[in-house]
Design a protein around this ligand. Structure first.
Ligand SMILES: NC(=O)c1ccc[n+]([C@@H]2O[C@H](COP(=O)([O-])OP(=O)(O)OC[C@H]3O[C@@H](n4cnc5c(N)ncnc54)[C@H](OP(=O)(O)O)[C@@H]3O)[C@@H](O)[C@H]2O)c1
Length: 334
């Protein structure tokens, strides 16, 4: 064991609009000792996610440990299935140490694939990438040549959608993001055919310009005006995989758009929500599909790594404001 004190982040207040650091507290406690059937892990990587913002409005209990996807290393074990040094994926995030039991809440021992960096397991090969894969293959049933639009394209799910759609032989891939630098990254580094900064004007007009002949499919990470723009640009029998609504999470207001929802009927569009937790059975298929591309170097995890557990709250708030390129992760400085 490398340290005797553990740190846990707790939510202390319900935010209105964007959360601030004062909505959280770092709480110290002694490192817990593993009881029979459990193992103590020291966490190495933490994922902070947009859904945590939704949970801050009620699902996160105040002044109590929070949940989040995390990768830890076993430092002491009384679980026969785990040995010192093993890596464990679990959901007791936002803390430096956790007692884990294999099985519940998807807690599982990680058997790393050769040549795949650890950061991949909480990004493109984890729930983030699985969300993208399920949206494309199950919800949109993407066919080779289908033209695709994805919003929040430079984030975790967005970059995974772009990379996986290319592997699935999508047609034109168009993305939106919140800065000129992100737009340049999408086209220059990630192979997007076109991209635009949604701050440059009406999203509807910007998308119509970036995809002048329309789109067949849309992965929606943002909602509101982005969803309205996609409905306007979709061709007949277009499909929408609605994954998230980051444009709404910090406003406290219901969205004004889409105002053109009836085009879903007039163009025979199919709009379907996606919840990754309903598709964990696809993880094996997804790994078989993606791991060879990660090993060959054709695909790399797109991540912004923030160093040090003490910066986890800043990383979370920064992500909500667009500070990340790819999936935001926090890595233990130890
Ligand atoms: N349904 C599911 O099972 C599931 C699973 C995972 C994620 N999700 C959803 O997928 C979306 C992306 O999640 P992620 O983890 O990959 O996060 P992410 O995209 O890596 O990070 C969030 C990004 O949202 C963008 N953003 C923030 N406010 C915005 C606004 N008002 N309008 C447009 N973009 C805004 C920011 O980028 P810019 O600089 O481009 O603004 C920021 O980088 C979220 O909506 C999340 O809730 C859903």
């Amino acid at each position: 064991m490398t340290t005797q004190t553990s740190l846990t982040v707790q939510q202390t207040a319900r935010p209105t609009g964007f959360p601030t650091a004062t909505d959280f507290a770092f709480v110290e406690a002694p490192v817990p000792a593993p009881g029979p059937g459990t193992a103590l892990v020291e966490n190495v990587y933490w994922s902070v996610d947009p859904y945590h913002r939704e949970m801050m409005d009620g699902d996160f209990e105040l002044n109590a440990p929070l949940e989040g996807r995390t990768l830890g290393r076993v430092v002491a074990s009384r679980d026969p299935g785990l040995s010192e040094g093993d890596l464990v994926l679990h959901r007791q995030g936002w803390r430096t140490h956790a007692l884990v039991t294999l099985g519940p809440n998807g807690t599982r021992k990680l058997r790393p694939h050769e040549g795949v960096p650890l950061s991949a397991y909480l990004s493109i090969l984890g729930g983030t990438g699985l969300t993208a894969y399920v949206a494309l293959t199950r919800t949109l049933q993407l066919s080779p040549g289908d033209d695709l639009f994805v919003s929040a394209a430079a984030g975790g799910v967005g970059t995974a959608v772009g990379r996986i759609a290319r592997l699935l032989d999508a047609g034109r891939i168009v993305g939106s993001a919140g800065s000129a630098a992100k737009v340049a990254h999408l086209t220059a580094q990630l192979g997007f055919d076109a991209a635009f900064d949604y701050n440059d004007g009406s999203v509807r007009e910007l998308l119509a310009k970036a995809a002048p002949s329309g789109i067949d499919t849309y992965v929606d990470n943002v909602g509101g005006d982005h969803l309205e723009a996609a409905i306007a640009s979709l061709r007949e029998h277009g499909r929408i995989a609605w994954v998230g609504a980051i444009g709404h999470y910090n406003t406290g207001e219901p969205p004004a758009a889409p105002r053109n929802l009836f085009e879903v009927v007039s163009k025979s569009i199919r709009l379907e929500g996606v919840l990754v937790r309903n598709h964990t059975d696809v993880q094996g298929e997804f790994e078989e599909f993606l791991v060879p591309h990660l090993q060959s170097g054709r695909v790399a995890p797109d991540v912004t790594v923030v160093e040090g557990f003490e910066r986890i709250v800043d990383a979370f708030i920064g992500m909500l404001r667009g500070a990340n390129l790819g999936k935001i992760l926090v890595r233990s400085a130890g």
